[in-house]
Design a protein around this ligand. Sequence first.
Ligand SMILES: Nc1ncnc2c1ncn2[C@@H]1O[C@H](COP(=O)(O)OP(=O)(O)OP(=O)(O)O)[C@@H](O)[C@H]1O
Ligand SMILES: [Mg+2]
Length: 273
Amino acid sequence: MPYDASPVIVASNLSRYFRVRLDGENLKDRIKRFIKPQYRVVKALDGVSFSISQGESVGYIGLNGAGKSTTIKLLCGVLVPTAGTVTVNGLEPYRHRTATARRIGLMMGQRTQLLWDLPVHESFNLLGKIYDIKPDVFKANVKRLQDVLDIGPLWHTPARMLSLGQKTRCDLALTFLHDPSVVFLDEPTIGLDVLARERIRDFINEEKRRGVTIFLASHDLDDLEIVADRVMLIHHGKLLFDGTQDQLRQLAGGPLVNLEETVKRFYREAELG
Ligand SMILES: Nc1ncnc2c1ncn2[C@@H]1O[C@H](COP(=O)(O)OP(=O)(O)OP(=O)(O)O)[C@@H](O)[C@H]1O
Ligand SMILES: [Mg+2]
């Protein structure tokens, strides 16, 4: 779909540091640091800049601890930047959390928004009320999401009885329920098999056609087939690459089989350059 030229997400020199208390190697150390705490600073995100247009889909790829979830939390307003700025739909997320929440969707793969002991439809009803979705819009959206994600048959099942794949599909539907214009997906395919992953890819493609901006964070290169347009590679809080998948393959010198290897190649190239 043609992109709207106006950027919907703009990060400029975005940084987030954490101060982490040091533990100590042995008992003596621990007692010493208990009395006189010592800290080190973790640069989870370190001066990252990018701009994403409405309708674009981005794969935000990096190894464990690279800074992916921290970035998503900054873009959703869960965290306040240590330095730099970020705007989503023209607003700074952490200053305008309610207005931002109405226009974005967030799915964290390791967590669920489903009410654990209640039938699936109760979670949708509750979220519909929280977002104040008009009844006719709610009905139409539920119908569309039920069809495309095949969750109609799960409607009356308590969430705790769902398989991982079923739970993921319900969580995805909840994420898109209020017609968000931007959706952040943090490791949405974690633990899923190939078929379940394909189903999610088809769903995301459909949402892309509807003009939704997709920002998908993952440490799994296979997830790039879900978001075909653009890849951003992050490592130790810094952006190593921002471009198309083809460009990434060219720079990495071949097919992308393994993320560790891809990251290493980038470092080698940088050293040689
Ligand atoms: N609340 C916190 N306090 C201290 N350190 C943190 C906090 N949150 C994240 N970090 C650190 O910041 C770095 C980036 O973490 P982040 O969760 O963003 O990585 P990630 O790319 O999402 O990794 P993963 O693939 O494991 O989910 C890590 O070193 C992590 O330990
Ligand atoms: Mg993470």
